[in-house]
Design a protein around this ligand. Structure first.
Ligand SMILES: *[C@@H]1O[C@H](CO)[C@@H](O)[C@H](O)[C@H]1NC(C)=O
Ligand SMILES: *[C@@H]1O[C@H](CO)[C@@H](O)[C@H](O)[C@H]1NC(C)=O
Length: 364
């Protein structure tokens, strides 16, 4: 049973590719990897060679990798949610900045969905780095985020628009921004956001193995964001929602419903006990990387990583309104490296937070 699901929708990755890590594998291992890749990468109806050097395959929506998941054997595909997401003209309703949306789109034929093709290298990294290192004790995680977890309260959605930066990461570092929902003990969790990493595209292919059902034909998991924010402007940002409906956790990016996680994948996520917004860094055996713009919150939305238009959904409120300042926790575990500041009445009339910092040797 999968417990932690990590969905990093977008990757800010340096495109330069390096030598093949897999060159050490034996002939037998090679054959095994090829066999697994054949199972993961479905026969495409159409293939798109992106300018970022990877391939996106348009796969029959009913034959996408999610349906290989043992818990989705009899899953009924839902082609669209019953709720309506208004397509905003700009990415942000009440923006303190004149931000733009930086996501790269593809165009897949009807009844197909875009899936980033997994390469042998990706698979090797997925197995070694992600599974063995990132989720184990050797990796040092730091956070600067805001969480909402009131006793007895259950959550059915979370939303916010996050600024996109490309913090400099070296080998064995990652820096991300996300919204999340999780169970009270933290074992079941869905993250959605972007990450900058030098693990070479690690987080991006969770979709292939972990039961995310893609329905949207333009936006896809693991896509590269070509445009990023610059200190002082211009700002690039991305609206994200995670919303529970019909026993599915829907993921909405820039007002497009990208797909969903069936709640049956999880042991206890029929509702969430906690929601949150903010940043996280990961480092393995090296100092921690910068978070967001690399600057501490200073009140200026042209300087610092942000979430704006924050909202959540519980049994009585219908989302789109952020929590009270007194209700949330500001979480930082290394304030010499990263900080967070939440405001439920920021100058442009919304619930917003700033987060980030330079990183380094934290807590030492
Ligand atoms: C949406 O954007 C277009 C192009 O920038 C603009 O011409 C149009 O007036 C906008 N519509 C609304 C409703 O803001
Ligand atoms: C939902 O959130 C609102 C606003 O914070 C709060 O007043 C209400 O008690 C919450 N409802 C439940 C069922 O927890």
């Amino acid at each position: 049973m999968i417990n932690i699901l990590l969905l990093l929708v977008l990757c800010l990755v340096t495109i330069a590719s390096h030598g093949v890590d897999g060159s050490h594998s034996t002939f037998k291992e090679d054959l095994e990897l090829e066999r697994q890749l054949k199972l993961i990468n479905k026969p495409p109806i159409k293939s798109i060679h992106t300018k970022f050097g990877y391939i996106v395959d348009c796969i029959d929506i009913y034959k996408q990798p999610a349906f290989d998941h043992p818990l989705l054997k009899n899953h009924k595909l839902q082609r669209r949610p019953n709720f309506y997401i208004k397509k905003e003209n700009s990415s942000v309703k009440n923006s303190p900045t004149n931000s733009i949306f930086g996501f790269d789109e593809v165009e897949c034929p009807i009844r197909t969905v875009p899936i980033r093709r997994m390469t042998k290298d990706d698979l090797i990294r997925a197995k070694s780095l992600w599974n063995d290192n990132i989720l184990t004790a050797t990796a040092v995680h730091h956070i600067a985020d805001v969480s909402l977890k009131l006793p007895g309260e259950q959550y059915y959605g979370v939303s916010g628009t996050t600024s996109i930066y490309n913090p400099k990461t070296s080998i064995a570092q990652a820096s991300l921004s996300h919204v999340y929902i999780q169970s009270s003990d933290g074992t079941n969790k869905i993250f959605v956001g972007w990450q900058s990493d030098n693990f070479k595209k690690t987080g991006c292919y969770n979709v292939q193995c972990q039961g995310f059902v893609q329905i949207e034909s333009h936006y896809y998991v693991g896509g590269v964001i070509p445009k990023v924010s610059v200190y002082g402007g211009p700002m690039v940002d991305m609206p994200i929602n995670i919303l529970l409906e019909n026993n599915r956790w829907w993921v909405i990016i820039n007002h497009y419903t990208v797909g969903y996680f069936p709640a049956t994948l999880f042991t206890n996520l029929n509702a969430a006990d906690e929601v949150g917004w903010g940043g996280r860094t990961i480092a393995i055996g090296v100092p921690s990387p910068p978070m967001a713009s690399g600057y501490f919150p200073d009140g200026d939305f042209y300087h610092v990583g942000y979430f704006i238009n924050m909202g959540y959904k519980n049994a009585t409120t219908s989302a789109d309104i952020g929590p009270d300042e007194l209700a949330v926790h500001e979480n930082t575990d290394a304030s010499n490296c990263y900080r967070v500041k939440y405001n439920d009445n920021s100058q442009f009339g919304g619930h917003a937070l700033q987060f980030g910092g330079p990183g380094g040797n934290c807590n030492e």
